[in-house]
Design a protein around this ligand. Structure first.
Ligand SMILES: [Zn+2]
Length: 435
């Protein structure tokens, strides 16, 4: 396989050398954040001083950082760098409390752009590509990280931001756009609108690559996007992006092998723990991702509990890159809903639904309280031109029951009646009384 690198020397450096560097940088970041009152207090609670950390075995002694720490210390409490050097602030919407912020120095933005440039080239981007960048450009970190990475590679970026689907499609035709970025749900919606307008993405559009992130994506949805937007037909594919505000935004992406998202070990340290015992899991076993930012200056977060259940592979990838990969994304603890004592992950629901070609990717999960009994049901539209009968509904209900370990009704809705999403999809509608 012909592989292009953005920075071959770094991307293919032996893992052992990278690990040595990680330890060195981790220790340096500890000294750096110790200047911050919050961290100093937290370390004191455990009797720890930065100098106590000398080798890998010491790292688990360093306290975790939680999302609540970021919220409780809003706005500037977790800043470790010099405020005068901050040039950018991004934050979450804060709809459920204080927002989570991340501040950047010029160097931080540079590291971010560099990581994203590696990601895009690993995914197959070239300077000839014309990119419609439809991740939101605003307070949310996503759009800017994408924009800077794309620009650094030297692709031709059209920063449309999210939304304006008719115009997006028009621009794709007028400019022969080859790359599309945005959430997976928006990519699915784009394909639907194209077909509705009589545009066949395989014949009438020129899209060969999609870089999609910001929300979990099942293999079923990915396969559909690959087919419907013509990525596969045009010799490319959909690359999944992973990242989080607390680590500075989008951070890792599938390479052309599509076997997991490389996480650049010279800038990030991944640890995988059992969330119950907090011990490391055995190599190759799934667990909660704990991540540290080794390079950022303004607000480096160390040992951040992501709440994401993942599989990680440290084997050298076929693409030649040595950096570990998130090879499986098993759900987000935040997205988990508790229904009558059972944990339900929307990603599990989607996994079951999208195995069926007769079902569309437009669905939602309704949680209700029926006289004290909490129930769930799926509302879904059939795929275009498909008719769903009662026998199929019964089979699907059984399948959902066996996967989710809880009864789940299925309600087939008319085409075009369920909500569509231009950003992150809101699949769960919780109608239970709060409190
Ligand atoms: Zn690879």
């Amino acid at each position: 396989m012909q592989v292009a690198y953005w920075d071959e020397q770094w991307e293919t450096k032996p893992l052992e050398e990278l690990k040595e560097l990680q330890l060195k940088k981790f220790k340096k970041q500890l000294q750096h954040i110790y200047k911050n009152q919050f961290y100093r207090n937290r370390f004191k609670e455990t009797g720890l001083e930065p100098g106590d950390i000398t080798n890998w075995e010491d790292i688990p002694k360093v306290p975790f950082t939680f999302k609540s720490d970021l919220r409780d210390n809003y706005p500037k409490g977790l800043l470790s760098g010099n405020w005068e050097e901050v040039v950018r602030i991004h934050m979450t919407s804060g709809t459920t409390g204080a927002p989570t912020i991340l501040a950047y120095t010029k160097n931080d933005l540079d590291v971010w752009a560099e990581c994203m440039a590696r990601n895009f080239v690993a995914g197959g981007l070239t300077t000839s590509d014309i990119v419609q960048q439809a991740h939101g450009l605003g307070l949310f970190t996503g759009g800017f990280g994408f924009h800077y990475g794309l620009e650094r590679v030297g692709a031709k970026v059209i920063p449309t931001g999210a939304g304006g689907t008719d115009r997006q499609l028009r621009l794709m035709q007028e400019w022969g756009t080859t790359v599309f970025t945005g959430t997976p749900s928006y990519a699915a919606y784009m394909a639907e609108i194209a077909i509705e307008k009589g545009i066949d993405p395989v014949k009438d559009l020129n899209l060969r690559l999609g870089f999609h992130g910001g929300e979990p994506c099942s293999d079923g949805l990915r396969k559909r996007i690959n087919e419907r937007l013509g990525y596969r037909a045009h010799g490319g594919g959909m690359r999944v992006c992973y990242g989080l505000t607390e680590m500075g935004g989008p951070m890792s992406m599938d390479c052309e092998c599509e076997c997991g998202q490389h996480v650049w070990a010279d800038h990030y340290l991944m640890e995988i723990i059992d969330p119950a015992t907090l011990d490391y899991v055995n190599e190759g076993e799934p667990g909660e991702l704990v991540i540290s930012n080794l390079s950022f200056e303004a607000m480096p977060i160390l040992r951040y509990r992501t709440g994401d259940r993942v599989n990680v592979s440290v084997e050298k990838c076929e693409c030649g890159r040595t950096h570990p990969r998130i090879s499986g994304f098993l759900g987000r603890v935040d997205d988990m809903i508790l229904v009558s004592g059972t944990n339900v992950f929307p990603s599990q629901v989607e996994y079951v639904l999208l195995k069926h070609a007769s079902l569309s990717e437009n669905w939602q999960l309704i949680v209700e309280d029926k006289r004290g009994l909490h129930t769930i049901k799926v509302e879904i539209e059939p795929a275009t031109g498909c008719v769903i009968d009662q026998t199929f509904v019964t089979v699907l209900e059984k399948e959902l029951h066996s996967h989710l370990e809880i009864k789940c009704g299925v309600d087939i809705k008319d085409g075009g009646t369920l909500p569509r999403f231009e950003g992150k999809a809101a699949r769960v509608v919780d109608r239970r009384e709060k409190g």
